[in-house]
Design a protein around this ligand. Sequence first.
Ligand code: ASP
Ligand code: MG
Length: 418
Amino acid sequence: MLLEDPKPGAPAVRRPIVVQKYGGSSVADVEKLGRVAERVVHARRAGNDVVVVVSAMGKTTDGLLKLAHDAVGAGGAGGEGREPARRELDMLVSTGERVAMSLLSIAIQARGVRAISFTGSQSGIITNDRHFDARIIEVRPHRIEDELARGAVVIVAGYQGMSYKREITTLGRGGSDTTAVALAAALGADRCEIYSDVDGVYSADPRTVPEARHLPELDHALLQEMAESGAKVVCAQAVEWARRAGIAIYARSSFEPVSDTPRQTVIRRFAPGDEPRARAIVGHRQLAHAALGELASLERAERLLLDAGAAILEEHVTEERAEWLLSLMSAPGFAEARARMAAELPSLAVTVGLGLVSVVGGGLTERGAQLVAFREALAAAAARPRRMLATALRLGAVVDAASVPDAERALHARFVAL
Ligand code: ASP
Ligand code: MG
């Protein structure tokens, strides 16, 4: 049975708008996709306008990237050591979400509910032209609004948009979250629900730290700090959008039964009763460091690093030298690019295999004792800090990637599990 449109001439009632985002693990196979369809239909039948943002099924994106790298060297092409063009990577990986969106739309229609799927460009997601790591600059969701007004559930392919040059772009790994929050902001949605295989945000990654605690409430600033430190719960760009637009995010598991009171983490501007203290430990294992011993090639070095897909987390420029701390989360071809950079600009020294461990919370630099405890915990975990960073919201140390897990456990015991 189709949900009915408003009768002609009847006063238009604005239904609440809900944006739901489902991650790759929630739609890993057709069976799971069916369960997601049930959840969507439930939200629609409860009287909401529903926009669903989907990620690619399971590990599809990784599989496609592997294919791209295989294609570089295939058939004796002599392309070994070269990176695939980032524009073509976007054409390729954006198909993953397109498969998921259409299958979900089919599964919802099979349940008698009107649904339509749109790509990022059809949804009006306009980005800059930085392929494979683009930023959303504008959202023009007219087609989505028209379909909602017709009573349809709208399924949107996450992680992708169209540049102002009309090229297909993608938003960096994990970017479907950004699609969801940016759409929620543009549509004036009442809420944005982000579904994955975990029921919210924890005080550390439970796979590394078994004692990690569930956090029922968080404010935007802390989650943004966690995401920028490398936590993958919700991607950093998405939290930034949520914070600017004041959108509340409900992080939930898609594997729990539908409920009005699910176990979840609610992230909003202010979390009630939040005293300033350490809340979470975040480990990041895909970091690199670059140093340039002369400044004549500063711009060239920056260009080379960005073209290789590295995201600059920090930059220090003194009178004689420049240094960068880089995240390689959206830099699949960095190993190949590194060889090319060494040949092109020998004065640029790049170190890979680094990680970052951070304590995130409030008031962390108020008392010197916290810094002492931070150093002691690192020493106890035999994690040698190569550099440290301290702000009111974060204590961080760059260490070898291999020592990140032990450091996470030691810091959690010392700061959070009190
Ligand atoms: N499928 C993309 C990725 O794996 C985007 C996402 O999952 O949000 O990074
Ligand atoms: Mg994915």
